[in-house]
Design a binder for this molecule. Structure first.
Ligand SMILES: C[S@@+](CC[C@H](N)C(=O)[O-])C[C@H]1O[C@@H](n2cnc3c(N)ncnc32)[C@H](O)[C@@H]1O
Length: 293
């Protein structure tokens, strides 16, 4: 694949969406004031796709007002109508229609700036990646990378992955789930914000096909231990590792931006690979199936 996935973004023409801080040159930022009610990107992702009625009390992400470069703004305007998905909780998505092929679909939650996502999509064109984040600059960056590298197997979701899973994905519709370097929420009082919890796994299990792989990675060791504990305890998942521990880093997972930052700080990275078990046949059903007709 092209080196442009990892290359820093080239300087872009000074097109921008209203209301954005646009970087024209290092250290120079121009503010264009947006009128009240004016959308951030008229054809781009919606500011709050699900609306307040879907508001969850505890969220695994911190809403942040982020600067968007001219190149990202251009990609959001140009490519969102084609490859973007607002997570509004309003309809169940037909994934075959979304990707335009019948290929397997893997959900990636929290792609950040999307470099690793684009690399995986390029290296495995037969697998569709539904990549979800709330981070607007990252959405623009991933759209740009997909465009520059001719990737037709990436769609970019904007919003809370919990709403996507709960309201917009059909049972057994996913062939895999990737959660790379989720926010570690290190303070004890914030642990409840961590994504990988028993309730999250209950929901994810219903959307994953039997045999689907859940792949998590983190550089925060206490969170890695928590992931191992809750995945291990969950009846719908089994560890792919015979020794019941962490997995060696699979070759298909590229180094991510947050991983690089963690490694620079001397953190240890752990991967976890769990499989969605076959649906258990309820006892009554088992009896019916075993009885001679
Ligand atoms: C620490 S960053 C890691 C980004 C990337 N995977 C990497 O390794 O560089 C975690 C990302 O997950 C996103 N995130 C957290 N919870 C989310 C949720 N419920 N739905 C969508 N995105 C979420 C955050 O916005 C953030 O961009």
């Amino acid at each position: 694949m092209s080196d442009s996935l990892n290359a820093p973004e080239a300087p872009q023409p000074a097109e921008h969406a209203p209301g954005e801080h646009i970087h024209h040159a290092p250290g120079v930022s121009v503010r264009h004031t947006r009128a009240k009610g004016e959308p951030r990107f008229p054809d781009g992702p919606r500011a709050d796709p699900a609306g307040s009625h879907f508001e969850r009390r505890i969220r695994s992400f911190q809403p942040r007002r982020s600067r968007v470069t001219a190149g990202q703004a251009d990609a959001l305007q140009r490519l969102w109508p084609k490859w973007g998905l607002d997570i509004d909780g309003q309809q169940v998505i037909d994934l075959g229609e979304l990707f335009g092929n019948g290929g397997p679909v893997v959900l990636e939650i929290g792609f950040g700036m999307g470099e690793a996502t684009a690399q995986m999509a390029a290296e495995d064109p037969g697998v569709n990646i539904l990549a979800v984040d709330v981070h607007t600059p990252g959405q623009g960056n991933l759209l740009n990378l997909a465009d520059q590298n001719g990737l037709s197997n990436v769609r970019v979701g904007n919003g809370d992955a919990i709403i996507l899973l709960r309201e917009m994905l059909a049972p057994d519709s996913l062939d895999g789930l990737r959660v790379y370097f989720p926010d570690p929420w290190p303070k004890k009082r914030h642990h409840k914000r961590r994504l990988i919890q028993p309730e999250f796994l209950d929901l994810a299990a219903t959307r994953l096909r039997p045999g689907a792989i859940v792949h998590c990675a983190t550089d925060w060791e206490p969170y890695a231990e928590q992931m191992l504990e809750v995945l291990d305890a969950h009846p719908e998942f089994e560890n792919t590792q015979a020794d019941g521990g962490f997995a060696p880093r699979p070759a298909h997972r590229p180094l991510t931006r947050f991983e690089g930052q963690g490694l620079d700080k001397g953190h240890v990275v752990n991967d976890l690979l769990f499989r969605r078990v076959q649906h258990r046949v309820p006892q009554s059903e088992q009896h019916r199936q075993e009885s001679p007709r």
